[in-house]
Design a protein around this ligand. Structure first.
Ligand code: SF4
Ligand code: SF4
Length: 487
């Protein structure tokens, strides 16, 4: 069953809709049930992780940050427990993002917008803000009455308490976001001494205000108008994806349940199990009526299923009038007008196989990239003036600046050699004519050194030259190419 007014992922082109609709404030009603419980558990896990991670320490050795998760923008490093990523290793971050995207595709193909309904930060923080709203202003009915009522002292007190709580949550969120980019304990010490930089305070204020606006005021507007995912996810869904559905074949026709009526009488009158109580609509965080069919506005949070299950239990009818189900199963049940025998969910199908394979491939490549990532990086820059020097013994000398990055938490020593130029010898500036010159780099440091390469006269004007640094401890080789110029 599709809603003609919705941009259905299954129905091709979206139906014509007005380009502008004035904002309608949504007052979601509190609900109890298994999906609500699951959402609270997940919210608790995500919030604890978010709040605690910046305080977790990880010993990387002297001189290196000991924060387990740290985006050190100043030093251009990303620390993730034992892994330390440099800007040159951006491909690993790209791999992680591809992995996350493909994981999302697979989850969507199997179970619809479960990410949106259960794990998206916008959902998690909105849930938290709605909880704060209910705590200070009461549940849906009380909030509606408050908004329609007089602007008296009680109104002001409740609104002030709500906004104070929202601001407190936003401030904790803003400060915590900042802690992922700076040393957490150092920031607290700076803040206590009123020594935090304006840039840091500005970033914190930005995150605080963003949270306050997005979770307090924009809420479902972010999902409906800002986030691109609802449009994209339609491409991942098919008739075998689990989505939140109203079992219309069982629910229709709708009519309130009269006290003097039993279910057999309702059936005889052509009525279904839906008693048109509106509970499913009142709990919906995006304010839609799932009975109108699958809609792009539905974030698959399952709260309407909880609300309807509660109603069905109270009126003595089987639960599951609103449930996670596939469009394919819906069609079969509608035809035979019965739940049983159960229609199996086809989780393994070409689309999910392709996404699973992509997940395995991208996961394998990212893991390989992480495990085999280089422990050092070398870049060579040739002197531009003079291009070369003719020495007193007739040999030609070119000079270069070597930039050596030690990407490990231990000091590294490298043997310096060159190749490609016949008879060439290399020395480190100020190091004498050492037959086996070496370069050393401290832990997690970028060192620069000047080197000279000397070769007999008579070479072509430009000869390719390879500068190689060999780790004396592990034998790992790091090379960079340049040219050797002659008269
Ligand atoms: S229709 Fe149901 S599942 Fe969809 S957003 Fe509303 S409450 Fe959540
Ligand atoms: S909660 Fe269930 S019974 Fe009530 S209106 Fe929604 S579908 Fe019908």
């Amino acid at each position: 069953m599709m809603n003609d007014h919705a941009h259905s992922p299954f129905s091709g082109a979206p139906a014509a809709a007005p380009l502008y609709a004035s904002h309608r404030k949504i007052h979601p009603k509190a609900v109890k049930g298994r999906f609500r419980r699951l959402k609270w558990w997940l919210t608790a896990v995500f919030l604890v992780l978010y709040l605690v991670l910046p305080w977790v320490r990880w010993d990387r050795g002297a001189g290196l940050p000991d924060q387990a998760v740290l985006f050190d923008l100043e030093a251009q490093r990303f620390y993730l427990f034992a892994a330390e990523l440099w800007p040159q290793q951006v491909y690993i971050m790209t791999g992680i993002m591809i992995l996350a995207a493909v994981g999302l595709f697979l989850a969507t193909a199997i179970a619809g917008r479960v990410w949106c309904g259960f794990a998206c930060p916008q959902t998690v923080w909105t849930d938290l803000f709605v909880w704060a709203e209910a705590l200070t202003e009461g549940d849906r009915g009380a909030r509606i009455r408050l908004d329609k009522g007089p602007r008296d002292g009680a109104y002001i007190a409740k609104k002030a308490a709500k906004h104070a709580l929202w601001l407190a949550i936003s401030a904790v969120t803003g400060v915590t976001a900042l802690l992922y980019f700076t040393d957490a304990f150092g920031f607290v010490a700076d803040a206590a001494a009123f020594a935090a930089s304006p840039l840091v305070l500005g970033w914190m204020a930005f995150m605080t205000v963003s949270t306050y606006l997005m979770a307090g005021f924009m809420r479902e507007q972010m999902c409906l108008y800002v986030c691109p995912w609802p449009r994209i996810q339609a491409a991942m869904l098919d008739d075998d994806s689990l989505v939140v559905t109203y079992q219309g074949w069982r629910g229709e026709g709708r009519a309130p349940l009269r006290k003097d009526q039993n279910h057999a009488e309702r059936r005889a009158m052509g009525l279904g199990d839906c008693i048109d109580c509106g509970a499913c609509v009142h709990v919906c965080p995006t304010g839609i009526d799932i009975r109108d069919g699958l809609q792009m506005d539905c974030i698959s949070c399952g709260l309407c299923a909880d609300a309807c299950d509660d109603v069905m239990t109270r009126i003595g009818q089987p639960t599951g009038l609103i449930r996670f189900d596939t469009q394919a199963a819906q069609a079969v049940k509608a035809e035979r007008r019965a739940e049983t025998p159960a229609v199996p969910t086809r989780i393994v199908r070409p689309r999910t196989i392709v996404y699973a394979l992509l997940l395995i491939i991208s996961g394998g490549l990212t893991t390989m990239g992480l495990v085999l990532r280089p422990t050092a990086d070398v870049a060579v820059l040739r002197d531009r003036a003079p291009l070369f020097v003719t020495l007193s013994d007739g040999r030609i000398q070119n000079s270069y600046t070597v930039k050596l990055s030690n990407m490990t938490p231990q000091p590294q020593t490298f043997r310096l050699t060159v190749a490609g130029v016949p008879g060439a010898a290399v020395t480190v500036a100020g190091g004498g004519e050492d037959a086996a010159p070496t370069l050393t780099a401290g832990p997690d440091r970028v060192e620069t050194a000047r080197i000279h390469v000397r070769a007999a006269a008579g070479l072509p004007a430009s000869t390719p030259l390879t500068v190689t640094l060999t780790d004396t401890a592990t034998g790992r080789v790091h090379s960079a190419g340049t040219v050797f110029l002659s008269p």
